[in-house]
Design a protein around this ligand. Structure first.
Ligand SMILES: *Cc1c(COP(=O)(O)O)cnc(C)c1O
Length: 369
């Protein structure tokens, strides 16, 4: 039986040829291709500046450095996010404050953020969970009222749009990831986009060991550079992003239509301000009593799924360090127990989509719950 994978990158001969050309040229580290890739992402996201990094975590880390986050500061982070969003706060020895998620969107929202703000809060990070934008206009009100900058971990939402505008220019800075399972990939890779020239210039220095001029290090930077080999792959990938997003939206619509007929399944809730979802993940929610049974049943039938990442406040490292209790962020925890990510990727055949639907339907028909 052929397994249907949960994600599958769309990389082929064009990426291989582009990478080979760079290798043959003799210049493989950061150079012209990185610049070209940055320009392409800036253009795609309608932003002025883009700074490529070696991965999405570095992009966030560089942003925290640019905002001068130190051990005297506190940073708000949603609990329901990938571990990077929280780890970058720990790298600065800053105080982390976790926020719960909205019950319907799984994203953090204005109320949870406002409740968590203290007089030490110096920065807020929000995450576009599963590729669905947060309510930026509402969230931005916090920053104008209290003068606390907010940045977005948009690792999963490249290609999504908020009120008809592509993700990238809603906040002062958005970071993206080009890891293999993201909507476009350079194997590993990341990017920050911004319209703020000062921030752009500072990030470029931080990315390159804090260097201005040769061996003159004015800031504590790091080596977060992307290579021209990765960038050449990225340039080919940007050409496909619209196609990939459209196709994933079609698959999601089909899943929505079919799975909404099964009363035991909650399909993703999409607020009106989300005018395009990137569908990094397509996650259904089912009762935790039979979630694992359904996952096993799908696996037995050749369908790979994923359980979403656990919220930060139950991750062993964080629990040990801060003695977090499960009810610290109850919505995040409850959602995590119910999620199942179904296969969604460019090129997933209609027959596979139908098979996935039919296997799920047969699970419930056979009285497994
Ligand atoms: C993938 C991802 C990251 C990290 O990106 P890497 O490129 O793997 O470092 C950060 N945040 C979220 C929400 C992600 O999904």
């Amino acid at each position: 039986m052929k397994i249907i994978p949960v994600a599958n990158p769309n990389i082929g001969i064009n990426e291989a040829k582009a990478a080979y050309k760079v290798i043959k040229s003799g210049w493989v580290s950061m150079g012209k291709k990185v610049e070209e890739f940055e320009k392409k992402i800036a253009k795609f996201t309608n932003t002025k500046y883009a700074i490529a990094m070696n991965n999405g975590t570095s992009a966030l880390d560089a942003l925290l450095s640019a905002f001068n986050i130190t051990n005297k500061d506190e940073v708000l982070v949603p609990s329901l996010t990938y571990v990077s969003t929280a780890n970058v706060v720990m790298y600065k020895n800053a105080k982390i404050r976790l926020c719960d998620s909205d019950n319907k969107t799984f994203n953090t929202n204005k109320d949870f953020l406002e409740k968590s703000i203290t007089n030490k809060t110096k920065l807020i990070i929000v995450t576009d969970m599963k590729g669905m934008p947060v309510d930026y206009d509402l969230i931005k009100k916090i920053s104008s009222k209290r003068r606390i900058p907010i940045i977005a971990d948009s690792a999963e939402s490249l290609g999504a749009s908020y009120k008809n505008k592509l993700i990238g220019s809603q906040l002062i800075a958005h970071s993206f990831s080009f890891f293999a399972n993201k909507n476009i990939t350079t194997a590993e890779g990341g990017m920050v986009v911004t319209n703020n020239k000062k921030l752009y210039e500072k990030l470029k220095i931080i990315r390159n060991q804090g260097q201005i001029g040769r061996y003159n290090h004015v800031l504590l930077g790091n080596n977060f550079r992307m290579t021209d080999i990765m960038a050449s792959i990225g340039i080919e990938q940007v050409k496909k992003i619209k196609k990939i997003t459209t196709e994933k939206n079609k698959i999601a619509n089909f899943y929505n239509k079919e799975l909404s007929k099964i009363y035991q399944i909650q399909i993703p809730y999409i607020p009106k301000y989300v005018t395009q979802h990137s569908w990094y993940n397509y996650s259904i929610k089912v009762d935790e009593k039979f979630r694992n049974k359904l996952v096993k049943y799908l696996k037995k039938n050749g369908i790979e799924t994923r359980l979403s990442f656990p919220p930060i406040h139950i991750q062993p490292y964080y629990v040990k360090k801060f003695k977090y209790k499960k009810n610290l962020c109850p919505n995040a925890y409850k959602a995590y127990l119910k999620f199942i990510d179904l296969p969604i990727w460019f090129g997933l055949k209609k027959s596979s989509q139908i098979k996935i639907i039919n296997v799920i339907k047969s699970f419930f028909r056979n009285g497994n719950c």
